[in-house]
Ligand binder design. Structure first.
Ligand code: NAG
Ligand code: NAG
Ligand code: NAG
Ligand code: NAG
Ligand code: NAG
Length: 312
């Protein structure tokens, strides 16, 4: 039941911060590079504030692309230019290095390298950073303090890569400063510049429908909740004040407009549907839970998914 409880905790005071983001707030960059052969690679790069994508890059890592008007935070254009250059240089060098040393490192084509790096803030204070590299989906090396360390399970290849990466201590110092200084400042700047967007409260709409019949004499009741923001939401089938433990939550899916969609279903014997209700709690409702009673309203035909529909 923990997964049902967690979203509720996040809605209640103390569970999240005022920005609609769960604590700790993180910023991280994910980069996935697929090396098909010695001359062909593909790069995907994205930056995230919490689970909201804020940045991306072209495939050559030559330009940082800002996905929101506030994605620059409070950094000046000069600072972004500098970061862009640094990012580009490192991206290109690492890619060249991977190609050049692939034999020495015993990387076999095709292979995939995943980088993830970023930092976290707790109550507005820096609370940690991370930078890890995975080879073929397994931990390979990570950056700790001021140098690269091999993953204990990665063996000699990882040790060799660390040796290479640690040759330039100045570079490692810059990496350290990016993670422990630039990154937290970026988060604070983004939280501030994006405040109106991140703190917005959008009320859900809810409606009920029949699902596919689970079997003879049984009904599947479906409660749809859509268009809410922020993401934490609590939805439960109820009989009076009694939570129905058979409630099944789907995944929370994104709508095209940046709001969220969730459905909660309950399988019941046809005779027991009367008196059941779907209850929705969300921070935007300010305690005025939505309660819809099965059979009370016409379940007339309507659009299943307004606002463009979830992007699966
Ligand atoms: C590398 O892979 C790409 C994409 O699969 C292919 O088009 C290209 O011919 C390959 N080049 C070599 C040298 O194998
Ligand atoms: C990426 O770099 C290559 C080689 O430097 C260049 O030919 C290509 O036009 C660049 N692509 C983009 C989208 O900048
Ligand atoms: C941006 O805002 C943060 C937090 O208020 C502050 O520490 C920083 O100095 C500001 N400016 C830059 C360029 O980071
Ligand atoms: C990291 O460095 C700090 C001082 O710079 C030291 O106190 C700490 O023990 C180091 N941590 C690790 C895991 O090496
Ligand atoms: C890297 O940082 C450490 C600790 O801050 C410092 O002692 C050292 O001189 C720096 N090395 C280089 C090459 O910048």
């Amino acid at each position: 039941m923990l997964f049902l409880l967690l979203p509720l905790l996040a809605v209640l005071p103390g569970g999240g911060n005022a920005d609609g983001l769960k604590e700790p707030v993180s910023f991280h960059v994910i980069r996935i590079t697929t090396f098909y052969n010695h001359s062909w690679k593909r790069n995907l790069i994205s930056g995230y504030l919490g689970d909201l994508q804020t940045h991306t890059s072209d495939r050559n890592c030559s330009t940082i692309i800002f996905l929101w008007p506030w994605s620059r935070g409070n950094f000046s254009n000069e600072e972004w230019k500098e970061l862009e250059m640094l990012f580009h240089m490192r991206c290109v060098r690492i890619l060249e290095g991977m190609h050049r040393y692939s034999r020495e490192l015993q990387f076999e084509y095709p292979f995939e390298i995943q980088w993830t790096g970023g930092c976290e803030l707790h109550s507005g204070k820096f609370s940690g950073s991370f930078l890890r590299l995975a080879y073929q989906g397994s931990d390979f090396v990570s950056f700790q303090n001021n140098s690269w360390l091999p993953s204990p399970v990665a063996g000699n290849m990882a040790k060799r890569l660390c040796k290479m990466l640690n040759q330039n201590q100045h570079k490692n110092n810059i990496t350290h400063s990016l993670l422990s200084d630039t990154c937290p400042r970026l988060i604070l700047g983004l939280l501030d510049a994006g405040k109106a967007h991140l703190q917005r409260q959008v009320k859900p709409e809810a409606w009920l429908s029949h699902g596919l019949s689970p079997g003879p004499g049984r009904l599947q009741l479906v409660c749809h909740v859509s268009g809410f923001y922020p993401k934490p939401v609590w939805v439960m089938w109820m009989r009076g004040e009694q939570e129905q433990q058979g409630t099944q939550r789907g995944d929370i899916l994104p709508n095209a407009d940046g709001t969220w969609y969730l459905r909660a279903t309950l399988d019941v014997a046809a005779g027991e549907a009367a008196g059941l209700s779907c209850r929705v709690k969300h921070s935007s409702l300010e305690g005025q839970d939505i309660i819809l009673y099965w059979g009370e309203k016409e379940l007339g035909p309507r659009l299943e998914m307004p606002r463009g529909g979830p992007q699966a």
